[in-house]
Design a protein around this ligand. Structure first.
Ligand code: PBG
Length: 329
């Protein structure tokens, strides 16, 4: 009788024998060019301020931000996404479209420093600038009290988008989840001749607990949640509807956010989207990996999550690990 091993024709392990063989057959690769680094810039900061819930991440000064943007260029990172942390806030978020508002000042400084050598992106939202912390302006509803006014918010987004493009943003990240925001901002930009400005629509953005550390990072004043405008984690179909609407309204890129808890959504969107699909590995995903660092190999978990997000269909990944991951590649 033959030895058992001579009867085995199918040996998948053959293709796993050495690093070189595994490299040859790997189906998913990461590259710094498809990573986007989100960064925070704090109005009035004189030195970088650590963010307690996000170890290693800081609120930048204008000077340290520009240095970080140059590192992004040097390492070949695909893009940098700027978030502003203003010193004062008001009901309509007027700091967001003020040309002297922190994000617009920072966009000018970064664009002056990097030119077209990486892609400069701006978060287009109001939540960092409103005193109530919502992503739009509020209106009194007779039954529900204060609600986020969709259409009045669109006017604000158009004004913010114009200010950000004038300050030098290549890409506007529409993260507010208001209905019609992509089309409205597109029209406002085109009317002023900014037909080249690229719109990244946070199309499938879920009302997620994983944004917790970010609220700390931008000193958010929000009480309550964003469930009337961000998507219910239980749903798939509306993500596809949001993507279709955003593409019809002129989105150049669409995003799924958060990433790891929503890989099924990412795959479903990537299967049908006619435009590139990005995914955002958000603050809470980052914080969880950092928190478990003593119990698991942090770099390995970092690279495994990024590979998973890529494998599920993301063409670009926004991640606080962009520089760290690039160092491992
Ligand atoms: C809204 C915005 C949020 C994030 C990015 N843009 C917060 C929210 O929707 O509550 C979260 C990003 C992260 O958690 O890393 N402007």
């Amino acid at each position: 009788m033959a030895e058992p091993h001579t009867q085995l024709r199918h040996r998948p392990r053959r293709l796993r024998q050495t690093p070189a063989i595994r490299r040859l057959v790997a189906q998913t690769r990461l590259h710094p060019a498809e990573l986007i680094l989100p960064v925070f810039v704090r109005e009035g900061a004189t030195e970088p301020i650590p963010i307690t819930s996000m170890p290693g991440v800081v609120q930048h000064t204008l000077t340290s931000l520009v240095a970080e943007a140059k590192r992004v260029v040097d390492v070949g990172i695909g893009g940098i996404m700027l978030f502003g942390v203003p010193a004062t806030r008001d009901a309509t978020g007027s700091g967001a479209d003020d040309p002297d508002g922190i994000l617009n000042v920072a966009l000018r400084a970064v664009r002056d420093a990097v030119g077209d050598d990486t892609v400069v992106m701006a978060d287009l939202c109001l939540d960092e600038y409103t005193d109530h912390g919502h992503c739009g302006v509020l209106r009194e509803d007779p039954r529900r009290g204060l609600i986020v006014d969709n259409d009045a918010t669109l006017e604000r987004y158009a004004s913010v988008g114009l200010a950000q493009v004038r300050a030098g943003a290549h890409v506007l990240g529409l993260s507010g989840m208001m209905d019609g925001q992509v089309g409205y901002v597109r029209e406002a930009l085109d009317a002023e001749g900014f037909t080249d400005a690229i719109l990244l629509a946070y199309a499938a953005k879920y009302a997620s607990g994983f944004y917790g550390p970010f609220r700390d990072a931008v000193e958010s004043t929000l009480t309550g949640d964003r469930a009337t405008y961000q998507q219910d984690p239980a749903n798939v179909t509306e993500a596809l509807r949001e993507v279709a609407l955003d593409v019809a309204e002129g989105a150049d890129l669409v995003m799924v956010k958060p990433a790891l808890p929503y890989l099924d959504i990412l795959r479903a969107v990537a299967d049908v989207s006619p435009v590139p699909v990005s995914a955002y590995q958000v603050s809470g995903e980052f914080a969880q990996i950092e928190a478990s660092a003593g119990w698991s190999d942090r770099d390995r978990v970092m690279m495994e999550t990024l590979t998973s997000i890529r494998r599920a269909g993301a063409s670009q990944i926004l991640t606080y690990y962009a520089l760290d991951a690039a160092a491992c590649l």
